[in-house]
Design a protein around this ligand. Structure first.
Ligand code: ACO
Length: 326
């Protein structure tokens, strides 16, 4: 059986750290409130001159090194992001240039916090169809650039960084077994950034209205995320005739510790089978799942033939899951 196998992982987060206490000096909040409601202690944010492609490049270098291939071996580069360096060209093209991977096709995917899983599923399809043999998939974000640091309901959540995987076309049982992707565009007004696109291009008015920052109805997003993800992980297990106890590690989008715990409870997974790093990075949107995957990999939390379950939920709404045999 031809499969897309993950042969390398990498991640990178900027040096600058914003702690809960730092945020408590900007808005009316506290370390205790943020920790209790979200599980976040601190987040990394871009420094001067840093943009999404900066982080994507560093994560990609590490993934390529682990994979033992050069950028010249890549057929395709897919970057999932909601915070590209600019509207066009894509971060994937900027990354292709930095890596000098000029033979690789390159494009971005915008699917909110589920972007990495959408990109992984796309790469998997290209590989299994026989159109690609080595694909670099990156989730990279600079959410600090679109975060309103006067809005306590959102500014406590987001951080910056990137994670990357190299997928290789191989015969065998290891690799991506299944992906499930969903969307519901009717909820687009619950989590969005109104300004900067063709509906509200940048103007003094859009700046005055703070249109260039993320707006979110957190509580509605939270409830929908829990329900959608519980259903989604159950479906992917049923589809693959796998039970929760066969999962070696759950790698969830790190948006809120309470959401991760709800999914783990639904699958009856013990704590040691649930990877959590939200305390260090907050919600890094498309970068969150691949950063967590890379950390779990480098901490030797994943063994050969282990079953990994990944899932994410985000703006759109979009959500999805992926089942991987390591
Ligand atoms: N500090 C102190 N109090 C706060 C803060 C804060 N930072 N933020 C909100 N509050 C207050 C509210 O004003 C409210 O006060 P009130 O009761 O007097 O009105 C109270 O705390 C409760 O607010 P809720 O919004 O109901 O709090 P909730 O428990 O839902 O937690 C949170 C808020 C953390 C945002 C949660 O809803 C959440 O995590 N939502 C999901 C986020 C997510 O998953 N996003 C998806 C991906 S993001 C992407 O795609 C880019």
């Amino acid at each position: 059986m031809v499969r897309a196998r993950i042969i390398g992982t990498g991640s990178y987060t900027p040096r600058k750290i914003l702690s809960n206490n730092d945020l408590a000096r900007l808005v009316d909040t506290s370390d205790e409130w943020i920790m209790t409601r979200t599980g976040i202690k601190e987040r990394h944010v871009a420094g001067d001159g840093e943009a999404t492609s900066t982080f994507a490049y560093q994560a990609a270098l590490k993934a390529l090194e682990m994979a033992g291939i050069t950028a010249g071996d890549l057929d395709m580069i897919i970057v999932a992001t909601v915070t590209p360096d600019m509207l066009t060209p894509s971060v994937a093209c900027l990354l292709q240039h930095k890596l000098e991977a000029y033979q690789a096709a390159a494009f971005d995917i915008s699917a909110g916090c589920t972007g990495f899983l959408y990109a992984l599923s796309t790469a998997d399809s290209f590989i299994r169809a026989g159109n690609c043999s080595k694909v670099l998939v990156v989730g990279a974000e600079s959410l600090s650039k679109i975060t309103d640091y006067t809005d306590r309901t959102t500014c406590i959540l987001f951080g910056d960084g990137a994670g990357a995987v190299v997928l290789s076309r191989e015969q065998g049982q290891q690799g991506i077994l299944s992906t499930l992707l969903y969307a519901d565009g009717s909820c687009s007004d619950l989590l969005y950034m109104p300004g900067g696109g063709s509906a509200h291009p940048a103007s003094p008015e859009t700046i005055a209205k703070r249109y260039h920052y993320l707006k979110m109805d957190g509580n509605k997003v939270f409830k929908r995320a829990v329900k959608a993800l519980e259903d989604c992980v159950t479906q992917i297990l049923e589809k693959n005739k796998i039970t929760g106890d066969q999962i070696a590690l759950l790698i969830s989008h790190q948006a809120n510790l309470r959401i991760i715990q709800a999914i783990a409870k639904r699958l009856e997974l013990p704590k040691e089978k649930v990877f959590v790093n939200i305390q260090k990075y907050g919600n890094t949107s498309s970068a969150s799942v691949p950063i967590a995957l890379d950390e779990a990999n480098r901490q030797n939390r994943i063994k050969k033939n282990d079953l990994l379950l990944m899932n994410a939920f985000g703006a759109g709404f979009t959500w999805g899951s992926a089942l991987v045999r390591w």
